[in-house]
Design a protein around this ligand. Sequence first.
Ligand code: ZN
Length: 433
Amino acid sequence: MKPEKFATNLLQFLNDSPTAFHAVKNAAAILKENGFQELKETESWALEKEGRYFIVKNSSAVIAFTVGKGDLAKEGFRIIGAHTDSPALKIKPGACTVTPDGYVKVNVEVYGGAILQTWFDRPLALAGRLVVKENGTLREKLVQINKPVFMIPNLCIHFNRDMNEKGSCNKQTEILPLFCMKEENVDKEDYLYALIQEETGVEKTDIVDYELFLYEYQKGIFTGKKQEFISASRIDDLSMAYAGLAALTKAQTGADCQVLAAFDNEEVGSTTAQGANSGLLLHILNRICKNLGMTDEGYFQAVANSTSISADLAHAVHPNYSDKHDAESRPVLGGGPVIKYSASQRYATTALSAAYFVEACERAGVPYQKFVNRNDIAGGSTIGPALSGLTTIPTVDMGAPILAMHSIREFGAVADMEYTRQAFLAYYEGGRL
Ligand code: ZN
């Protein structure tokens, strides 16, 4: 596939997926189009060799898999893990607040490690899920109010002369977006509910609860002299989830079992029912084995014969902050996916797990790079340590290099997205090493 073609599809996916809920809904549609059958955790399964299946957890995580042709105990699982969530502003219970001056602000809390300054002075829209009561039963309803309804205006520089030097903001008092001006006889809760009713037809009295996030209204775009870069929201980590999805749906069925696990809640530590630091993936792996008639002995063998990739984005050297990288570890945009190392195991990579990813890159004819933090910078972490710790499956941490990680708009290279897709395809099709 041409890099531009894949990146165009990716950009569409990013633009269409303002929250983890929407990303999973869109991923499920792609899986179904490609012959994957949805299974429910609550129902009994009847898996078949070469069958393609997926389950959705909490509407915000998805695990898809293709049962291989071979002996699963001997061949094991080839797993790619990624995450569906991104830093954002989340609406609190008690959605609105009215100031004495008559401004109606929406009351938000910060989800994950967002760069808050990037949320100022840009139109924000609203998406998430409602839990509604319909005919006496509870039902989830995804909502997307794709309109610029909120804005966090900056304080003018005349009142804040050192803002370019200071650069910080108070999370409680300075980031509440302006929604509208006070209206007569409107209860403060009702401003938001009125908008929801206008846009979705759902009435306040039917809404039991909600999980609603703000997102950037402006779409992602290509940029650069040759349009070789991508500037978009949620590249971390929907781009890796999407590359995994593209690879899984196109991969030839092998002897082993190919798995894509896109978890929620990585940005807040992964310890949730739908996060990587849970029993979710292990339950599914176990269930696949048992459903295919394998014993415990076979299951443990299958796990021991497995490998996994923790696919999350990597830090490219920044053109204006080049000293933030180790002198000998300098991945750049366009240079291919990056293998991430950490002696303290904040990345799960070992020499062995790195080697099977290198092997996949070489088979795909894709360049790759390596990253390790400076000793005086702690850096981030990923689902890798939880994934490898819980499953005991050797795991490599890798990801396409980007800039502006956790900004409302992140910045990557078109070429790296396609390189990553190709490396994932080669990994799935390579089988057990
Ligand atoms: Zn991430």
